[in-house]
Design a protein around this ligand. Structure first.
Ligand SMILES: *[C@@H]1O[C@H](CO)[C@@H](O)[C@H](O)[C@H]1NC(C)=O
Ligand SMILES: *[C@@H]1O[C@H](CO)[C@@H](O)[C@H](O)[C@H]1NC(C)=O
Ligand SMILES: *[C@@H]1O[C@H](CO)[C@@H](O)[C@H](O)[C@H]1NC(C)=O
Length: 611
């Protein structure tokens, strides 16, 4: 009797685990108060800047659903659209790669990712800058993702060069004209990349202001259509989208123009005019964006008096939220395809040994949720604990040094608990190494950090780029008032008048609020699908610096100036301003290995192995 009950209990637990989906070991999703989706005639789901997080956020309950769950979600949403006779389109705006072990840890990179990603039936897809930094990444994008999505992949201002033949060709078709499934609405869609210049030489990015003058573009904007859809790896407030908007609007005064943007890693929405709407859907697969349009969309029905209504939601990638929006539950939500995709991810994560733990983080270290300098700042930890140990060159170990790291080289918080192989790619996905200039007069070297941390540009000179590119990208676009207040938004209870429903069991019982996005955009403060408590946001400098092996009293005459290779142009300019004539020839490798490897090595040596 007893043993039978135990067996039964075991079987039920296993079933619950399968039903829960997400990845094994992922944090259980948390309930929270919800705002519903508003459907229109034309509806969209949008992902952007997923950066390899297709396994979900295993340590963060509110974003722990995976790409397989999104496949299930989209399947149910399409079914609902079919039943209601409306249309649903899926959009992705690039930067799908770099930033998570699922992409980065394999050799070649993306060995598992391309097959996992393609399982989602995306209707309009384009390229981000991260697909293009390294020639082999661009090659793989052209070899895998472009053919995987065929006529759904759009490259309005991007060419690819086949390095073997030297042939230059569009990365994919320049635009796409198609009809929606249920209402047969005509759509003309474009797929842009911002005016990016850091790409490897096997691709060519055409500045948007030139693209809009191309003959093909001028023909495309003269197509008879019900709606224009412009997707782009472009922030919705960047001039590139404005240029495209103006060019389309000139010839099409009444046509709805819908924009989907990304790149700047924030949730954002704005309207360029009464018939044009733009949404950006965050980063790292934390967010699934939602846009809907209602009103007279068919061009035959359109007049100057017809009004359109737009809605947007930023859906937390939380399994319970996905259940809520589909009206399903743990038993009914997962589709066979979604389940298969989750299984593909589990297999890839296991084969890549992503859960291998270098050590156990004794506490959570924040990038910007906790003040710098401070006990819980990841940057203080690097400055005080990591750099003194890893900024060591055996041949120069007796020379005092200043070690400078740009804060943008850290991309994510470290959570209390196992620091795994996956975590290394999440926290520091870059291949940057530590370089140095030997024997710089200390009086000069000590002033470099101050110049690097100036807001804006170091000098009036046009090179190098804006200083702020050394810091984290999120900070580039954070609203001034948020920065000055230190704390992000006023009140977590501010529901913006939107209908609010508790998510999860227990009717009438409102779930506890968790910390998370409390977005304000040009439409209002009711964009997030989940009501959250605000998260603190503290500004961090562009760069941090550790003094290593300094004399116990007095100042050194000269120091080795050690810095991340990525910031070399800024460091050289700063030195020049301080009267030091240094050039790239003076810059040498300081320590073997990437900064990420050095950090993982430090953790293996310094933190307990097990939690
Ligand atoms: C592109 O860069 C590679 C590596 O730096 C170089 O070998 C190649 O010649 C370059 N190709 C072109 C077309 O400039
Ligand atoms: C899920 O929903 C179905 C259909 O409404 C219902 O029969 C089932 O009991 C629900 N399961 C759970 C675990 O709530
Ligand atoms: C799911 O995987 C199983 C086993 O590999 C396969 O037979 C089935 O066709 C797959 N189903 C879908 C919808 O992908």
């Amino acid at each position: 009797m007893t043993s039978k009950a135990v067996v039964l209990g075991g079987a039920l637990a296993a079933l619950a685990r399968i039903a829960a989906a997400a990845q094994p070991g992922a944090a259980e999703p948390v309930p929270a108060p919800m705002r519903d989706l508003v459907w229109g005639k034309l509806n969209f789901l949008h992902t952007t800047d997923t950066h390899g997080w297709h396994g979900g956020h295993l340590q963060e309950p509110q974003y722990s659903a995976d790409w397989g769950d999104y496949v299930s979600f989209a399947e149910h949403m399409r079914k609902k659209a079919d039943m209601d006779g409306v249309d649903l389109l899926l959009v992705d705006t690039g930067d799908r790669v770099e930033g998570n072990g699922l992409y980065d840890a394999s050799s070649p990179k993306g060995k598992y990712y391309y097959d996992i990603y393609r399982q989602q039936d995306v209707d309009i897809i384009c390229t981000g800058n991260h697909e293009l930094y390294i020639a082999s990444t661009a090659d793989r994008e052209h070899l895998h993702t472009v053919p995987n999505f065929k006529d759904k992949y759009i490259a309005s201002n991007l060419d690819y060069i086949d390095t073997r033949s030297g042939e230059r060709m569009p990365m994919a078709q320049r635009y796409r004209k198609f009809q929606t499934k249920n209402q047969k609405l005509d759509i003309v869609a474009f797929g842009f990349l911002f005016d990016f210049t850091g790409n490897a030489n096997n691709t060519v990015v055409q500045p948007v202001r030139e693209t809009v003058k191309e003959k093909w573009f001028q023909e495309a904007v003269r197509e008879e259509t019900d709606v224009f859809v412009v997707i782009g790896h472009v922030g919705v407030r960047m001039p590139e989208f404005q240029t495209i908007f103006r060019e389309i609007r000139k010839l099409n005064p009444l046509t709805p123009i819908l924009f989907f943007g990304g790149h700047v890693h924030i949730r954002d929405a704005t309207a360029y005019d009464a018939r044009s709407f733009a949404v950006a859907s965050g980063r790292y697969f934390e967010t699934i964006g939602w846009m809907s349009v209602d009103g007279e969309l068919e061009r035959a029905a359109r007049s100057e008096r017809s009004r359109l209504s737009f809605h947007r939601r930023y859906i937390d990638n939380n399994l319970l939220g996905l259940h809520h929006h589909t009206g399903l539950n743990a038993t009914s939500f997962l589709t066979e395809h979604g389940r298969n995709v989750s299984a593909m991810i589990t297999k890839a994560r296991t084969e890549l040994d992503l859960d291998y733990a270098f050590g156990c983080a004794p506490k959570t270290l924040w990038m910007s949720r906790s003040p710098y300098p401070g006990q819980n700042s990841i940057y203080s930890w690097i400055e005080n604990e990591v750099l003194p140990d890893v900024a060591v060159n055996p041949r120069r170990k007796d020379v005092p040094r200043l070690a400078i790291v740009n804060t943008g080289s850290i991309r994510f918080d470290i959570f209390k608990g196992p620091f795994t192989r996956d975590t290394t790619y999440i926290v520091s996905p870059f291949l940057s190494k530590m370089t140095y200039i030997p024997d710089v007069p200390y009086a000069m070297a000590r002033k470099v950090i101050k110049l690097l941390n100036n807001a804006g540009k170091i000098t009036a000179s046009s090179t190098p780029p804006d200083n702020r590119f050394m810091a984290i990208p999120e900070q580039l676009v954070i609203h001034e008032s948020i920065i000055n207040n230190e704390v992000s938004f006023a009140s977590g209870d501010d529901l913006g008048g939107a209908p609010q429903k508790p998510l999860g069991e227990g009717a009438g019982q409102r779930p506890r609020l968790t910390e998370g996005y409390t977005t304000r955009d040009d439409i209002g403060n009711d964009g997030d699908d989940t009501v959250h408590l605000p998260v603190n946001f503290y500004v961090v400098p562009n760069c941090i610096q550790a003094e290593v092996d300094f004399p116990s009293d007095g100042e050194p005459e000269t120091v080795d100036l050690v810095f991340m290779d990525f910031i070399t142009p800024w460091v050289l300019i700063a030195l020049r301003l301080l009267g030091g004539e240094y050039s790239r020839e003076h810059v040498q490798l300081y320590v073997e290995g990437t900064f990420t490897e050095l950090m993982a090595g430090w953790i293996e040596k310094s933190w307990p192995k097990r939690c």
